[in-house]
Design a protein around this ligand. Structure first.
Ligand code: BV8
Ligand code: ZN
Length: 249
């Protein structure tokens, strides 16, 4: 075990407030392509071009085919040791701390793998691929099947006649107010902030690490590649999250 892993493991045992921010990289070892990594493209479209209100307005069927492709990958995927390790760290903190210690999981991912891994205190910053919302009456519902099977057609329509859209935050859309406020509070009082599997280029989520660091938190980055967060870090663990996170439990 490297010195950084040993030191971070010790810091996690002592900290009263721990925040983990995860990105697409933590789901990579479950077989889900990352947003900006290799083979993240689908029919040669870059995700940033499809995850926008403009793309949905222009071609709702194409955007829904992309989301159903991602739903099909996630349905075949299992949480990996990285997801499971974060759920275990949360259990340690909540049982040992007798209420005085807190672990908050902030995720940019919409795949639901943290829920399936057993994490509880999850703040979904960019929504949930299994949620849909009506663009007309605002009705929301959850279903964990392919939309084309569940609704029988793409794009799916609400009984009010309007289009249903994925319950995720697209580029150019604001993050859900309540989740964002809770994430700011958690990051603002974190003693240890873990940035796991994120390229830290999407704002405002990427700014949470800087905010925590500015308030004196120790920042640990878990990523096989360099990220813009590296210069502020106390620890950089240059490894896949599925390998290194289990060593922290
Ligand atoms: C907002 C949900 C304001 C959908 C996502 C110009 C025009 C318009 C907007 C902007 C602009 N310039 C800046 C902006 C703001 C924009 C932004 O930041 N753009 C970036 C690209 C420059 N942000 C927004 O638009 C946000 N909203 O600003 O609203 C506003 C305010 C009020 C009123 C109106 C508007 C909304 C951003 C949310 C977009 N939605 N997802 C969906 O999933 O379909 S973002 C998308 O990117 C995913 O959520 C993804 O998680 C997220 C971040 O990417 P990462 O998770 O970091 O993934 P990535 O592929 O980049 O990196 C993976 C990393 O993992 C890599 O570093 C890799 O090395 C590493 N890795 C690989 N394998 C492993 C690993 N790590 C560990 N282990 C491994 N095994
Ligand atoms: Zn409706």
């Amino acid at each position: 075990m490297t010195d950084s892993v040993r030191a971070l493991r010790q810091a996690l045992r002592e900290a009263s407030a721990i925040v983990a921010l995860t990105g697409a990289g933590i789901s990579r070892e479950s077989g889900i392509p990352t947003f900006r990594g290799a083979n993240g493209l689908w029919r040669n479209y870059a995700p940033e071009k499809l995850a926008t209100p403009e793309a949905f307005d222009r071609d709702p069927r194409l955007v829904w085919e992309w989301y159903d492709w991602r739903r099909s990958l996630i349905l075949k995927a299992q949480p990996n040791p990285g997801h499971l390790a974060l759920a275990e760290i949360e259990r340690h903190v909540s049982t040992e701390g007798a209420g005085k210690r807190r672990f908050t999981l902030l995720t940019q991912n919409v795949d639901g793998l943290h829920d399936r891994a057993g994490s509880h205190n999850i703040i979904k910053l960019h929504g949930d691929i299994w949620q849909v919302r009506c663009t007309g009456c605002g009705r929301q519902e959850r279903n964990d099947r392919l939309a084309v099977e569940y609704y029988g057609q793409l794009p799916p329509r609400c009984r009010c006649g309007a289009l249903l859209r994925p319950g995720v935050v697209w580029f150019g859309e604001p993050l859900p107010q309540d989740e964002w406020q809770r994430a700011l509070n958690a990051a603002g009082s974190a003693e240890v902030f873990l940035a796991i599997g994120t390229s830290a280029v999407v704002y405002p989520a990427a700014g949470l690490a800087e905010g925590a660091w500015a308030r004196g938190a120790k920042v640990a980055v878990v990523n096989p590649e360099p990220t813009p967060l590296d210069e502020m870090d106390t620890w950089v663990l240059r490894a896949p999250s599925g390998e290194v996170l289990p060593k922290l439990t």
